[in-house]
Ligand binder design. Structure first.
Ligand code: ZN
Ligand code: ZN
Length: 559
């Protein structure tokens, strides 16, 4: 749909030898020019997405389409987070009240980073003053100024989680301990009623462990190591020169009469805009990797690569890191590269696949990833990582059916696995503290981790809500495909009792309250078949036309 900005020969990955022969300055100029055009296209694409998202959100269209959570819709259909969609809509909405900002952005004189910062603080009275500031200040300086003006920490989305510095947790351990960690994290999700990221599960586990008598010898003083603050880089004011770059017309046209589009049309338009965005991102990832490898940011007097991304391109550093990680692997994975570039696989699906995919198994995984929901794909990848032997990449397990783990060998070859995640520094410190409290003197830390996890899992499994046979069977998760709700589950009869359905377990299924009341019993969702493994679902049911999607379990069915 979108014509590529980058000529095809530049999208070829140069060999190490070719890289050595490149003229750095020339290369820097060329790549920079292309990257800035791409960044501008990306920003315009985001604006289109934002306008569509605005209408989508105001109509609560995801509910009509059979989704309870915006996040589930965004992940499954667009490969974005719900938060990102809301953020895009927020920028679009604020721009309506800020004509000077809107005009300057339309002229190509504001990067997306500048724009999203400015709309968070500017009012019709102050927008001119903020714009003047944005012209001679770096994104980083502007961010600090806005934070000071609002009295909140700078941009929580960019560098930190929950407004705190990020830290990494990493522990080598036997596989059985890693499996135990996943089990405890799963229990933590159930307890909270929502899918928790690893660091949130770690927080709950550490808190539970530290609250018990088992952790008598808790180290009292485990102060948070002071985080090294980046000294403000003396950046020359990187003024954003206007870039006149138009989006291809089909993408611009997606916003036409968007206010009258129905939820199904908005879904289709959002997906088209995301596909265009992905094509741009593929090119950005490839060129950025070259900039990073050749350290071309130095040609612009910028010390670090993230400074280049933020100041010259006005892109999110987090996004750039993801694109780089993806592109690093895509060199040896042509099928995944093609599927991602053409939009057959979303960024989310591609990133989920990365840890497990290998040149030998690539084709099978790429195919499987298009057949199932994102939540099922996550399960498949976790299973494969668990059973895979070193040097033998695992093929994808079946799209449907139970995933059974082989029994753990008790004579595991020592610490041959690892647990790692990133999260707020205080959470990592908390978990380390809890582990220490459970570690016998002189023993390796993984033994403490194992004891902590065993204790917490036993504690949580004892609690009465884990006894319902239907909920237990369905994994304490709403059975509607792509739904990640774990709270307020209802026991629904597949064939209604009023129509002769019985109370046998194979006629009952766990469904979250919102899906039960707003989905099933308002006819936006339909389910028939035999629980738990032979259920066919229709989401976004409408009269006279096929539903938005049909699945058998979490596997898509062609309609
Ligand atoms: Zn019901
Ligand atoms: Zn649900």
């Amino acid at each position: 749909m979108t014509a590529d900005v980058v000529p095809p020969e530049l999208l070829e990955i140069p060999s190490a030898q070719e890289r050595r022969r490149l003229d750095r300055d020339l290369c820097a100029q060329l790549l920079d020019r292309l990257l800035r055009r791409l960044a501008r296209q990306e920003a315009l694409c985001r604006r289109v997405l934002g306008r569509l998202a605005q209408h989508f959100l105001s109509k609560r269209a995801h509910q009509r389409l059979g989704f309870v959570r915006l996040d589930d819709f965004a992940r499954e259909r667009l490969g974005l987070s719900g938060r990102e969609l809301q953020e895009l809509a927020r920028v679009a909405q604020r721009l309506e009240a800020l004509p000077a900002l809107a005009r300057t952005f339309a002229e190509g004189a504001l990067s997306w980073s500048h724009l999203r910062l400015l709309v968070s603080v500017a009012t019709p009275d102050t927008e001119a003053a903020w714009l003047a500031r944005a012209r001679d200040e770096s994104v980083r300086a502007l961010e600090a100024a806005i934070a000071a003006a609002r009295g909140v920490p700078p941009d929580p989305d960019e560098r930190t989680l929950d407004g705190e510095p990020r830290a990494r947790f990493h522990l080598r351990c036997p596989r059985r301990v890693r499996r135990l960690w996943r089990h405890a994290a799963e229990l933590a999700s159930r307890m909270s009623g929502a899918r928790l990221p690893a660091w949130r599960a770690a927080e709950a586990i550490a808190a539970e462990g530290l609250a018990s008598d088992a952790a008598d010898a808790v180290a009292q003083s485990d102060p948070l190591a002071p985080m090294r603050r980046d000294a403000a880089a003396p950046l020359s004011p990187a003024a954003w020169e206007a870039i006149a770059e138009a989006l291809p017309e089909p993408v611009e046209r997606l916003t036409l009469l968007a206010d009258t589009a129905d939820p199904f049309q908005l879904d289709a338009r959002l997906r088209a805009a995301v596909r265009a965005l992905q094509r741009i991102d593929f090119q950005i990832g490839r060129l950025l990797r070259l900039v990073a490898q050749l350290r071309l940011h130095r040609a612009f007097g910028l010390r670090a690569f993230p400074d280049y991304v933020r100041e010259r391109l006005g892109c999110s550093c987090r996004k750039a890191r993801a694109l780089l990680a993806l592109d690093r692997r895509l060199a040896e994975l042509p099928a995944l590269a093609a599927a991602y570039r053409d939009g057959a696989l979303s960024l989310t699906r591609a990133l989920v696949l990365l840890p497990v995919v290998h040149p030998d198994t690539e084709a099978a995984w790429v195919e499987r990833a298009q057949q199932v929901t994102v939540r099922r794909l996550v399960d498949l990848v976790e299973w494969a990582l668990e059973v895979e032997e070193p040097g033998h990449p695992a093929a994808p397990p079946p799209a449907e059916g139970m995933l059974v783990l082989p029994p753990v060998q008790m004579c595991a070859r020592g610490a041959d696995a690892e647990v790692r995640f990133a999260g707020p520094a205080s959470v990592v410190a908390l978990l380390r503290t809890a582990i220490r409290a459970f570690t016998p003197r002189g023993a390796p830390p993984w033994q403490g981790f194992e004891r902590l996890l065993l204790h917490v899992a036993a504690e949580w499994e004892r609690r009465p809500r884990h006894r319902d046979p239907i909920f237990e069977r369905d994994g304490w998760r709403c059975a509607v495909p792509a739904c990640t709700a774990r709270a307020s589950l209802h026991d629904h009869h597949v064939l209604y009792r009023s129509r002769g359905g019985d109370h046998a377990r194979n006629n009952r299924v766990a469904i979250c309250a919102a899906h039960h009341l707003n989905g099933i019993h308002r006819f936006r969702i339909r389910v028939h078949g035999v629980a738990p493994h032979d259920l066919t679902w229709q989401l976004g049911v409408r009269q006279g036309r096929p539903p938005l999607m049909v699945t058998h379990g979490d596997r898509y069915v062609q309609t």
